[in-house]
Design a protein around this ligand. Structure first.
Ligand code: GDP
Length: 295
């Protein structure tokens, strides 16, 4: 896949070389291929344009056209720049609290409940933590049941209080339960809606204010493309979250939402979801994502 763009760029530049008239304009033409690859991967138009402008400056500065394989050098430039744009390094989550409280946010269907389970399982296995899952969706009893199913699968306790309609009270009681029972991580799954609405935002900010989590994670479905960016912005404006979880990357999406989200909210993507199973979780590696986006 990665060779595709490389080959295309090499070809384009070699043709230009053959004409003996390699100019800034020619580089710009070639970068159109890059922009096309980004747009195909669902990167926001404005971001793709700004990005190719930056790469153009760098390419001209590095005399790309005098090298033997200009396409490959160009792809390296593009890849390095994309990696940088997505954050460069891998970002961990804050587990310094005792217990460390992690608040999950996101729209209904984004994969919040599934990811809460995956994260609990990951922390239990990889970081030898003792997590507790807390079910704070007071509107959909099925969501609470779903979290219990997930908890049973991974052998992690789930705290819920089905009769209770106050998510703040449930979250607080969940944390108290964790403290009393030696859980050092609490993952709070909250209610989502199908679209951003004020009631949901007020509810989750009330939970946040009451429990002061170490980490607020925003979960978003990578398949939703441009919408993912708007949703991320809406949640970040209210919650000022700490990190993004990009789910459903096992689908056809090339994952351009990763770049757009990072550019718009400037928060790190911390994990990705790559399937429905509890093991389908991975740390987000910007350079791997850059390969995927370039196609
Ligand atoms: P919530 O409403 O945000 O809690 O979303 P759920 O956790 O219930 O997930 C919604 C649907 O997406 C479920 O059918 C999940 O199995 C599915 N899902 C969640 N994460 C992933 C993922 O990474 N890949 C795939 N293919 N499906 C996922």
């Amino acid at each position: 896949m990665f060779n595709n763009l490389s080959e295309k760029l090499d070809k384009a530049l070699h043709v230009l070389k053959g004409h003996g008239s390699i100019t800034e304009v020619n580089v710009a033409e070639t970068l159109k291929e890059v922009r096309r690859a980004l747009l195909d991967a669902d990167v926001n138009f404005k971001i793709a344009k700004e990005f190719t402008n930056t790469v153009k400056e760098k390419a001209l500065g590095q005399n790309v056209l005098t090298t033997l394989q200009p396409g490959q050098l160009m792809v390296k430039l593009v890849k390095d720049e994309l990696t940088e744009l997505m954050g460069g390094d891998v970002e961990d989550i804050d587990l310094s609290g005792n217990p460390s409280v992690i608040l999950m946010s996101g729209l209904q269907g984004s994969g919040k409940t599934t990811f809460s389970g995956k994260l609990a399982n990951y922390l239990k296995n990889k970081k030898t933590k003792k997590p507790l899952l807390v079910a704070c969706d007071v509107y959909r009893p099925a969501a609470v049941d779903q979290l219990h199913v997930v908890g049973d699968q991974i052998n992690v306790e789930v705290y819920s209080d089905k009769g209770n309609t106050d998510p703040v009270a449930i979250a607080k009681a969940g944390i108290a339960h964790a403290k009393a029972n030696g859980h050092n991580v609490v993952i709070i799954d909250t209610a989502g809606r199908l679209a951003v609405d004020e009631a949901m935002m007020t509810e989750i900010s009330n939970i946040r204010d009451a429990i002061q989590p170490q980490e607020i994670l925003f979960v978003v479905d990578a398949m939703t493309g441009q919408d993912a960016v708007n949703t991320a912005k809406a949640f970040n404006d209210v919650l000022n979250f700490d990190g993004v979880i990009l789910t459903k990357l096992d689908g056809d999406t090339r994952g351009g939402a990763a770049i757009s989200i990072k550019s718009v909210v400037n928060k790190p993507i911390k994990f990705i979801g790559t399937g429905e199973k509890m093991e389908a979780i991975d740390v987000f590696y910007p350079s791997r994502m850059a390969d995927r986006i370039l196609g």
